[in-house]
Design a protein around this ligand. Structure first.
Ligand SMILES: Nc1ncnc2c1ncn2[C@@H]1O[C@H](COP(=O)(O)OP(=O)(O)OP(=O)(O)O)[C@@H](O)[C@H]1O
Ligand SMILES: Cc1ncsc1CCO
Ligand SMILES: [Mg+2]
Length: 245
């Protein structure tokens, strides 16, 4: 079990990244309309295969082909609520991992209620920023990720903290949404939900640090992040990892 043994087993995130690249998991995204392109490109750069429809006629067919699902509430409407319910039905029946990102649930009580109802359906992981996270009660079997300057990934009474990343991540809309999708890709290749979620946050954080080396601001950071996700190797991860837990 990697959690708690970071110093002894520092190769497990790299092994998971290699499996993502080799297995190319299909990640179906019910993604807000603001960041669909970044999330699709980020998953592709990582080595996963994104799909993105939210049509109620088709979403179950897409979910049946997927290895993991990410549900993001950023641009919620009636039809998307319905599509989310249909997709989660398939994920539950097929027992594939799914990740909930309750984007902007702190702006709207109905959205917060919807997010809490979805949590009762036992996603594999919740990924939220601090404002969103503080509003929700996370059931025991759900990996709870609170992102920010340091990411805290909690499960079964243990917390892994990942201090990698760069302030430019907060200047590009959708890095949090992308993190939920990256978590889904890692969950698709490893059954250890706590370790897989932490590895995903580490990989994104290290890629962001590499991207920041060449970026001159948010505009150039975004494509550099895609390049870094595609090029990342075990050496980068070992050299830069700031993981405790
Ligand atoms: N100041 C920072 N320094 C380092 N990493 C950061 C910083 N701010 C955010 N991050 C990283 O950026 C990613 C997004 O986290 P954040 O908490 O900003 O999500 P968010 O508010 O939901 O983002 P969005 O809604 O734009 O997708 C995480 O991987 C987090 O680690
Ligand atoms: C800016 C924005 N508005 C709805 S979703 C989204 C991107 C994730 O925060
Ligand atoms: Mg968000």
């Amino acid at each position: 079990m990697p959690a708690g043994n970071w110093a002894d087993l520092p190769q497990w995130p790299t092994s998971m990244l290699e499996r993502v690249r080799k297995q190319a998991p299909r990640v179906h995204c019910l993604m807000n309309t603001v960041v669909q392109k970044l999330v699709a490109d980020g998953l592709s750069a990582l080595g996963a295969i994104p799909s993105m429809t939210s049509s109620t006629e088709e979403v179950q067919d897409f979910a049946r082909k997927a290895d993991a699902l990410v549900v993001n509430l950023g641009t919620l409407d009636k039809q998307r609520r319905e599509a989310i319910g249909l997709a989660v039905d398939v994920a539950a029946a097929r027992e594939i991992p799914w990740v909930l990102d309750p984007a902007h649930c702190d702006y709207s009580p109905p959205r917060a209620r919807f997010a809490q109802d979805l949590l009762q359906r036992q996603p594999t992981a919740l990924r939220a920023n601090a404002a969103e996270y503080g509003l929700l009660t996370v059931p025991d079997r759900v990996v709870a990720v609170e992102t920010g300057v340091v990411d805290h990934i909690s499960f079964a009474g243990q917390t892994i903290s990942v201090a990698n990343g760069d302030p430019l991540m907060a200047k590009v809309t959708g890095t949090g949404c992308l993190s939920g999708a990256v978590i889904a890709a890692f969950l698709a290749v490893d059954d250890d939900r706590h370790a897989a979620t932490a590895a995903a946050m580490l990989v994104l954080g290290v890629a962001a640090e590499k991207a920041a080396l060449s970026a001159s601001g948010p505009g150039s950071f975004e494509p550099a992040l895609l390049d870094a996700l595609a090029a990342l190797d075990g050496g980068d991860i070992l050299e830069r990892a700031k993981v405790t837990g």
